[in-house]
Design a protein around this ligand. Structure first.
Ligand SMILES: [Zn+2]
Length: 237
């Protein structure tokens, strides 16, 4: 009994901290886990479609500032509460996807990498984004056939070769996917090579329409910059 009181007392003493910047937060805010400025920066503003490499990618954000920091925290530091605002923004950005049943399919990690990392950021983002509309459902339809080497520091051609044929549709989903509408979901779109490889795997089993989506797009010009800075978040895997 006393432990409950002690725990409650401790919660009052320790102010809640923003999961992104560490500032004290208002417990009554929309996302009590973020301070207001961070919440505003992570919130959906407008859906944009960017030409990344030779594919069109729908995103709510550009890869910079707080969004870039948040994606880094989610992916490499296991800061999983960040999947919520980022996934919600992604869900809103998919407002133009025609109504009806839509599969939200995360770009898969190789099981070994997932095991080491302990979480799968694209799957978490797809789950949150799927709450945006009744017809959406998130399913881990794709599997990675082999672990691809990290994309960090590779040029776009090398990236393409690295991920080509890297994905396959799991057997149990093949029939259900024929004629379906799918949105492929990833955290960051850098060269489009990973999303394109995922799309190709889906088209091979007869999926009717594929939309490519990511929480943030690395815009042309900043790809080189991101690489120069050794920014590992810009790696698609
Ligand atoms: Zn903050």
């Amino acid at each position: 009994m006393w432990t409950q009181y002690a725990a409650r007392g401790l919660c009052r003493l320790l102010p809640l901290r923003c999961a992104l910047c560490g500032e004290a937060t208002d417990p009554g805010a929309r996302h009590a886990m973020f301070c207001e400025p961070c919440d505003a920066r992570l919130t959906f503003r407008a859906a944009e479609t960017h030409l990344i490499g030779d594919v069109r990618v729908t995103t709510p954000h550009v890869f910079s500032g707080a969004v870039r920091h948040a994606l880094h925290e989610l992916k490499f530091r296991g800061n999983t509460p960040l999947a919520r605002p980022l996934g919600e923004a992604l869900g809103f950005a998919l407002g133009n996807v025609p109504a009806g049943r839509v599969w939200l399919v995360p770009v898969p990690l190789h099981w070994r990498r997932r095991w080491v990392r302990g979480h799968d950021q694209a799957a978490a983002l797809a789950l949150v984004a799927a709450r945006a509309r009744p017809g959406f459902r998130a399913r881990r339809v794709l599997r990675r056939r082999r672990p691809t080497t990290s994309q960090v520091g590779l040029g776009s051609e090398a990236r393409g070769a690295n991920v080509r044929n890297a994905f396959a549709v799991r057997w149990r989903y093949r029939e259900a996917l024929a004629g379906a509408r799918v949105v492929v979901v990833d955290d960051v779109a850098t060269t489009g090579a990973t999303l394109k490889a995922a799309r190709d795997a889906l088209l091979r089993v007869g999926v009717r329409a594929v939309t490519l989506a990511a929480v943030a797009a690395v815009l042309p010009g900043s790809v080189a910059l991101a690489r120069e800075l050794g920014d590992d978040v810009s790696a698609e895997r």
